[in-house]
Design a protein around this ligand. Structure first.
Ligand SMILES: [Zn+2]
Length: 460
């Protein structure tokens, strides 16, 4: 790879791959796969990339991404890792670095899970507008794809389904959000519904917090103990830890409502003694889906941050967990307000991309196009970024000044091209023929006559 686009905050890895594919102009996605991974036969899913070690080896020198960073910030692993044994997390990391993407679903128990993700990639229309303003382009957000999430964690508005399947079996199509919006002619003026359900928003927020923190598993047994103390606080478990199921289950159903829970296959029948809540609270060896942990936490007025914070555990925790003490709202606020663009890196990348686009334009023998700011901005889809972040992108400005052509420079390029083109076809090329082929207007003829003669002589 000569370049790879910077990944945005909470961007799905697939999304950056698709943006790369788009930038290259490759017709065949297999070609882009080969450039990124050294092989076009990559078996990955949209939520879990694979062969990341190979990908990192193919990155251009300017990039410092590591597989760990890509997994943490751009895959779905952080959503699951607090709730599965550490060894399994390690195994999943290894699979994403070196292995096969499809075995990940099995290892997470997702193939047999009752919890089903919506089948299509989603986007938030308000994020589209905001991202376009902030970054100059829109992208597929990771948090919008989480299980059971139907509203934006940030804007509280309803997410919109695209037509791109999350579990596509033919893994070789890559669509950027922009490709989709243009293909479907989606209007950003569409009125967005704001679902008035605080539980919907809670799920969206908690999924965002899970994905954007490095919470490690406390051990299923510890989680269970914490949950029992929460039930005790609500008077739904005895001091000795016995759960009052007959009171608990109806209250749980009532809190969310039957229809809401049915959407997530998580409605519990009162009187049933083997529901998912029984598994969650009684079977230390069974792992439950993160969405169900979130549902339980919502019911006991807690959050994933409070579950994963050190205060709840008497045992010594790894150092990095101590950074996550603050409560969910604070974490979320910080994440959102913290504009985490690495400007120097973005600057290097855009300037590289500009030079590459310019040389592609020059190399195009069949269609002569003048290299202008607008042309480059449009090709790279960074027009508004170039205006808004003008002062943050000095190298970009430099590259732009270097490659854009004045009218004169473009005319000279056309003349040189026309001379070569004609010389290949015939002997005794005449100046007037060059003017015609190069499309030089009559008023410029005197100006370029001697240049043309020189060029012709050069080749004879
Ligand atoms: Zn949004």
């Amino acid at each position: 790879m000569i370049f790879f686009p910077s990944l945005f905050e909470d961007e799905l890895f697939y999304s950056a791959q698709a943006r790369y594919h788009f930038y290259t102009g490759n017709e065949n996605p297999r070609m882009s796969m080969k450039e990124m991974f050294g092989s076009s036969n990559i078996c990955a899913t949209l939520l879990f990339p694979s062969q990341l070690s190979s990908f990192c080896r193919h990155l251009p020198v300017a990039h410092t991404y590591t597989s760990n960073e890509l997994i943490q910030n751009h895959s779905f692993l952080p959503y699951f890792s607090p709730f599965i044994p550490k060894e399994r997390t390690m195994k999943l990391i290894d699979l994403m670095k070196n292995g096969n993407g499809t075995s990940i679903y099995m290892l997470l128990g997702l193939t047999a899970s009752e919890i089903r993700r919506a089948p299509l990639l989603k986007f938030c229309p308000k994020c589209v507008v905001e991202d376009e303003d902030r970054f100059g382009e829109e992208y597929w957000h990771r948090s919008h794809q989480a299980f059971g999430v139907s509203v934006c964690y940030k804007h509280m508005c309803g997410l919109v389904d695209s037509d791109i399947e999350v579990d596509q079996r033919h893994k070789h199509e890559m669509f950027t959000l922009n490709n989709y919006l243009r293909r479907r002619g989606y209007s950003l003026n569409t009125v967005v519904a704001t679902p008035d359900i605080k539980q919907e928003f809670f799920i969206a927020q908690q999924s965002y917090v899970l994905l954007n923190n490095s919470f490690l598993s406390q051990g299923i047994d510890q989680i269970r103990k914490y949950y029992v103390t929460r039930l005790q606080a609500k008077g739904l478990a005895t001091e000795s830890g016995r759960i009052r199921w007959l009171e608990f289950l109806p209250l749980f159903n009532q809190y969310y409502g039957r229809d809401f829970l049915l959407k997530f296959s998580s409605y519990v029948q009162s009187g049933d003694e083997d529901t998912w809540l029984h598994k969650l609270l009684r079977s230390p060896r069974v792992t439950c889906h993160p969405l169900r942990h979130i549902l339980f936490l919502g019911f006991v007025n807690e959050s994933v941050s409070s579950l994963c914070s050190v205060e709840n555990y008497k045992t010594e925790q790894p150092v990095f967990l101590k950074e996550n003490r603050s409560d969910a709202k604070l974490v979320l606020k910080k994440e959102i307000s913290n504009n985490r663009i690495n400007w120097p890196r973005r600057d290097i990348e855009i300037s590289d991309e500009i030079r590459k686009v310019a040389s592609n334009i020059v190399d195009n023998e069949t269609k002569l196009v003048r290299i202008t700011r607008t042309k480059i901005g449009r090709t790279l889809r960074v027009q508004s970024l170039l205006i808004r972040a003008h002062s943050k992108l000095p190298m970009t400005q430099e590259a732009m000044n270097e490659v854009v052509e004045s009218l004169e420079q473009f005319q000279i390029r056309r003349i040189k091209w026309a001379v070569q083109h004609l010389m290949k076809q015939k002997m005794n090329v005449q100046a007037w023929e060059v003017f015609k082929v190069a499309g030089i207007k009559q008023k410029f003829e005197d100006k370029y006559r001697s240049l043309i003669e020189e060029e012709i002589n050069c080749f004879q």
